[in-house]
Design a protein. Structure first.
Lengths: 286, 152, 364
């Protein structure tokens, strides 16, 4: 029996080497085949970040003078509160990330979006460094880290120290609403599919006033398409706000630096003057 | 030698006594005394109009009817909701319209209709938020049934 | 393609070496069964899970308590706490009056205005048991179970720190007359980190991670070969332990420090430095150095040990340990900053107090 076992192991080694040698890096149809993580699925571990302008405005747009504008004699000019930032406060142009171009608002919701834009400074939750929600956490231009093994998947975002645990077994409806929602994940071949609900209505999709209600339902898809890229899609559904589901897509790039790591961007301490400064014993001028 | 024996028995007794008294928490989210006014006690009887299941404190909005018949809404500050969620509570456990009685102290800024939720009960005196001895596994039976009668 | 084969060879060699050899297996079989943990694919013990650190054992040993309680003593303590909890759940009068003007006499964090109904609390119902001993304190070195005295220079530094923005103010200091710590309510930056929603109160994330004797003691560990992530529920802090990493330059500082890890046998050793100068664990300096050890002792329990090393604050390192039992409960979002009404009320309240005092309106 011992001899059979030894040769059994030997055969296993040979077969594995053969398979390793023969199986191409590419999948059957030539698509990139990612290395496997612990658990046998494509390995999404690593530090990732977007390289686009989605956080300014998901829809295609020309460059703008500022995120907060007011009427000027020849067109909009920066609002007084952001004037001193000059070009640093301007909005870069973008081809947009929304499939079909426009977010399909219901008419009354579109009016709400326009009001949000006009009141950006007081309404955008990013200004108070509130948790970004999903999918905005993905494309805030700061790195995030995916932890993945056979039994757990977890996302840690540098921005606001946001986190989300991805349940691999559906725990049932979320008991209360939350900023980051409740996420349930499963694999469809090479793609991680994450289904999220249980959001409150407090987050925005970007700095352009795009918003949702607490009925928001997001389905994301993560597929590695090369050693350093994940193809990311997110489909949003919210019958209170939109006439139909709509989708965004963008690449996620792996941070290449050898010393890449998440650092602190909590950033509660940066907004205390804004939020509480008037209650100081000796308030600064505002 | 006898002195030492007596001393060690005494220390033992003290230690046991110290151990027996429940460990007082070393820290809390914040000192309530700095937020609420010990000279402004309140008793609020009314209906739940909203519960904000948020951290660091749950806020229960309660609509009270004043003596002159007018209504005003107060916010009372509870603890972290997470403990309750782990015991099976959810946003529907205490529905809008439930009659409750809250005693506490008003916020130092008396223009704010806010108070700490020192005790939160149904009109019959049963506590809405009850502790539990257990493993932390959710138990929807942790929360008392609605009271049979309501009173203002 | 070639790279894949080359990469595969070490794995195959490892597989061959580790292949079960019947004779060897029999020789290794020890008569007394020591606990062997389940292992990850890379061979290290699986430390993962969601843990509830709540325990009745305090960090510092109560005066006169033994290092380890007898089962009878422990039962008395745990039963007394359970009775207190039951008492707290008892119905009161639905026709009660408002509480007394001038305060209800409650102390500590309850601040004379009353604390929470016991239903909000989840302080732990059992003392921690380490190596079969029912512990009276988490601190085990010094042997008296209490944190050592600070060095004189460190005490001066801490006192001076109270005159500047400080984060080591005790959250439970009740100071309605604003006398105890002058200036403590002048600015948000002077408030404790927990009140500002920067970190959880107590040292819940640490490091060192300590029980919070109120609630929300859940932690989650996610383990990959490159990094171990420790999530603290309060305030959704994810500490990333970079395996076999190096600390960043001295000017890179983090609220929870920078953590790197390595394995010593079946124990994960985590080394943390680069704290901010505001984190101040019990008055520590910014050169605080914390070493933690995580060891799985059974299928539902981790042993957590820590060493506090800060020669600018304490003459010698000191140590603590307690167990992390697994829980079936979930960690829920603890958003904090997003609904921190309390901080506004605290600062506004202090400004009103000052106005009233200036106008001679009150002697509180």
């Amino acid at each position: 029996m011992r001899i059979v076992r030894r040769s059994g192991w030997g055969i296993l080694v040979v077969v594995t080497l053969l398979v390793a040698g023969v199986a191409p890096l590419a999948g059957q149809n030539g698509a990139y085949r990612a290395p496997r993580a612990d658990g046998g699925h494509p390995d999404l571990n690593g530090i990732w970040q977007v390289m686009n302008e989605a956080n300014y405005d998901l829809e295609a747009h020309n460059a703008r003078a500022a995120m907060a504008l007011r009427p000027g004699p020849y067109g909009p000019v920066p609002a007084a509160q952001v004037l001193a930032l000059g070009a640093v406060g301007s909005v870069p142009p973008s081809m947009g990330v929304v499939e079909g171009g426009e977010i399909p608002y219901k008419p009354e919701a579109l009016a709400q979006k326009k009001q949000n834009q006009e009141n950006w400074l007081t309404r955008d939750p990013e200004i108070k460094c509130y948790l970004p929600g999903i999918p905005r956490a993905t494309y805030i231009p700061q790195p995030f880290r995916i932890f993945q093994n056979a039994s757990q998947i977890f996302f840690a975002y540098q921005y606001a120290g946001a986190v989300r645990n991805i349940f691999l077994k559906d725990p049932g409806p979320a008991p209360v609403d939350s900023w980051m929602g409740q996420s349930v994940g499963h694999w469809e071949g090479e793609t991680l599919v994450i289904d999220s609900k249980g959001f409150n209505d407090q987050t925005w999709f970007d700095r352009a006033g795009n918003f949702h209600s607490d009925a928001l339902h997001v389905v994301e898809r993560f597929t590695r398409t090369s050693p350093d890229v994940i193809a990311y899609e997110a489909t949003m559904e919210d019958p209170n706000v939109f006439t139909r589901p709509w989708k965004i897509s963008m690449p996620l790039y792996k941070r290449q630096e050898k010393n890449a790591q998440l650092l602190d961007f909590k950033c509660v301490e940066f907004v205390e003057e804004l939020m509480y400064g008037q209650w100081r014993k000796n308030p600064l001028s505002r | 030698m006898r002195k030492r024996l007596v001393k060690s028995i005494l220390y033992g007794a003290v230690g046991l006594l110290a151990g027996l008294t429940a460990v007082r928490p070393a820290a809390a989210h914040h000192a309530f005394g700095s937020e609420f006014d010990a000279n402004a006690p309140v008793l609020l009887k009314g209906k739940i109009v909203k519960i904000e299941w948020v951290n660091p404190h749950t806020w229960i909005h309660i609509e009270v009817t004043k003596d002159d018949g007018s209504k005003e809404t107060w916010m009372v500050e509870g603890g972290s909701p997470n403990t309750l969620l782990r015991r099976g509570a959810n946003k529907n456990t205490f529905p809008v319209g439930t009659d409750i009685v809250v005693d506490g102290y008003q916020a130092r800024d008396h223009s704010e209709k806010r108070a700490n939720a020192r005790n939160v009960t149904f009109p019959d005196g049963r506590k809405l938020f009850m502790g539990m001895t257990g493993t932390g596994a959710p138990d929807p039976n942790s929360f008392p049934d609605k009271p049979k009668t309501t009173d203002k | 393609m070639r790279n894949l084969i080359l990469a595969g060879i070490p794995a195959m060699v490892a597989l061959l070496i580790c292949a079960p050899h019947p004779a060897a297996a029999q020789a290794q079989k020890a008569p007394a069964k020591a606990y062997t943990p389940k292992r990850m694919a890379d061979g290290h013990p699986d430390l993962q899970g969601t843990y509830d650190l709540a325990t009745m054992t305090p960090v510092d040993r109560p005066m006169g308590a033994p290092a380890a309680y007898t089962p009878e003593q422990a039962q008395k303590i745990e039963t007394a706490a359970a009775l207190q909890r039951e008492k707290g759940d008892e119905s009161i009068s639905g026709n009660r009056t408002a509480p007394p003007k001038g305060g209800d006499g409650s102390v500590g964090a309850a601040g004379n205005v009353g604390g929470y109904n016991s239903g909000w609390l989840d302080p732990g119902s059992k003392l921690t048991v380490v190596r079969g001993e029912i512990r009276s304190s988490i601190i085990v070195d010094p042997p008296n179970g209490r944190a050592p005295q600070m060095l004189p220079a460190a005490m001066q530094r801490a006192a001076a720190g109270r005159a500047r923005p400080t984060s080591d103010a005790q959250e439970n200091t009740n100071d309605p007359g604003l006398e105890k710590a002058p200036g403590a309510y002048d600015d948000p930056e002077r408030r404790p980190l927990g009140e500002r929603c920067l970190l959880g109160f107590g040292s819940t994330s640490g490091p060192p991670a300590l029980p919070d004797y109120f609630y929300n003691n859940l932690h989650q560990i996610v383990q990959t070969p490159d990094a171990v992530m420790i999530l603290t529920e309060m305030v959704h802090d994810a500490r990333v332990v970079r395996m076999n990493g190096q600390h960043p330059p001295k000017n890179i500082r983090q609220w929870m420090g920078d953590s790197i890890g390595h394995w010593e046998g079946d124990t994960l050793v985590v080394d943390t430095t680069n704290f901010t100068n505001k984190t101040r664990f019990r008055g520590s300096s910014e050169n605080l150095h914390v070493i933690e050890r995580f060891t799985r002792v059974d299928d539902r329990t981790l042993l957590y040990q820590f060493t506090i090393d800060d020669p600018e604050t304490w003459a010698a390192p000191w140590k603590g340990e307690y167990t992390w039992p697994a829980t079936d409960g979930h960690i829920y979002e603890y958003a904090c900053h997003e609904a921190n009404y309390a901080l506004t009320d605290i600062l506004k309240g202090a400004r009103l107090r000052e106005k009233e005092q200036a106008a001679g309106k009150t002697s509180r």
